[in-house]
Design a binder for this molecule. Structure first.
Ligand SMILES: O=C(NNC1=NCCC1)c1ccc(Br)cc1
Length: 319
């Protein structure tokens, strides 16, 4: 089997939402290659006002004694209990998917009515269900896929897709360049050989993760400093949350070299949003507090990205 589900960017391309059939409901989920839990609101979730919620299908079963509790890199969190139910994404069906019902969600989730939960697409080793760890949607359907891969096609301010089971050459230009993935921490980790700001090449390797659930491109302080050195008047202002600059400033492109392939994020994609101060908040911000780099939506939305579990590799091509 194979299938494609449309994703829709929320304002500032902050997250990409996909309609998913979960049990007897259709809910809008944030697909997240940086985590491995599929969780949804229920009719009783505290903070559930304004969200669609999960209703178990007739064939659903409660996974007795199983609970989940997750914390995300941005400090948000959720927890609850677990059902086994049918989940359909773009026509691809997982018949015995662990559906994690939220009893509690943190305020950043309850206030974000654009999503009704998350669908994790990292490696299943990050799944938080206890005492019996559960598999991601991708792991559950992988053996049924014509080609056991999925692709993320995120776009700037336009609908894209998550494709399961096929590579679509109409969705990228040139060739796909593959590079080994590091799944040792449960993420889709990879290394770039060098980076370029405008036309200035820095031959330093960067390691990080491909994370559709993180909005920004988070890079170490040295790399951030080298980027914003080419943005006249940019300052790193902790009171505004990081690097800001006058919105009239033009931004240089940011490129990385992966196995000979140059992945370019155009400068026009590198402003995240306008602050109340009239300053603009950059799409590139510091990862130093996290300890490794996060190639989030700001980066991914310039690329066609293949996530290949069986070969433990990532593929990149320009959109
Ligand atoms: O949580 C992470 N990614 N997904 C999401 N963020 C917010 C909601 C979903 C995340 C993953 C790895 C690292 Br390192 C830092 C952050």
């Amino acid at each position: 089997v194979s299938g494609s589900a449309t994703n829709t960017p929320q304002p500032a391309d902050s997250e990409y939402i996909v309609p998913v059939t979960v049990g007897a409901s259709t809910v809008n989920l944030d697909f997240d290659t940086g985590s491995a839990d599929l969780w949804v609101y229920t009719s009783s979730t505290a903070g559930g006002a304004g969200h669609n919620y999960y209703t178990p299908s007739d064939g659903a079963t409660v996974m007795n004694g199983e609970t989940w509790s997750i914390g995300y890199g941005d400090g948000s969190s959720a927890s609850g209990n677990v059902y086994q139910d049918t989940v359909v994404v773009g026509g691809v069906t997982a018949t015995a998917q662990a559906v994690e019902a939220a009893q509690t969600v943190s305020s950043s989730f309850s206030s974000d009515t654009s999503n009704d939960g998350l669908l994790g697409l990292s490696w299943s080793s990050l799944n938080t269900v206890s005492p019996d760890q559960q598999k991601t949607f991708y792991d559950n359907v992988q053996s049924s896929l014509a080609d056991p891969v999925f692709a993320a096609i995120l776009k700037h301010d336009a609908p894209g897709s998550y494709d399961f089971g096929f590579i679509d050459s109409s969705k990228y230009t040139g060739n796909i360049t593959y590079t080994p993935a590091d799944n040792s921490q449960g993420y889709w980790g990879f290394t770039v050989d060098s980076y370029t700001v405008g036309t200035t090449v820095t031959s330093t390797a960067l390691s990080g993760i491909a994370d559709t659930g993180t909005s920004l491109l988070l890079l170490d302080d040295t790399t951030c400093g080298n980027y914003y050195a080419q943005v006249s008047g940019a300052i790193n202002d902790s009171s505004q949350g990081g690097w800001v600059y006058d919105c009239s400033t033009s931004l240089p492109d940011f490129s990385v070299s992966i196995n000979g392939y140059t992945a370019t994020v155009p400068g026009s994609y590198l402003t995240y949003d306008q602050q109340s101060s009239g300053q603009c908040y950059g799409g590139i911000q510091s990862s130093t507090a996290i300890g490794f780099n996060i190639f989030g939506d700001v980066f991914l939305k310039s690329q066609y990205v293949v996530f290949d579990g069986p070969n433990v590799q990532l593929g990149f091509a320009s959109q």
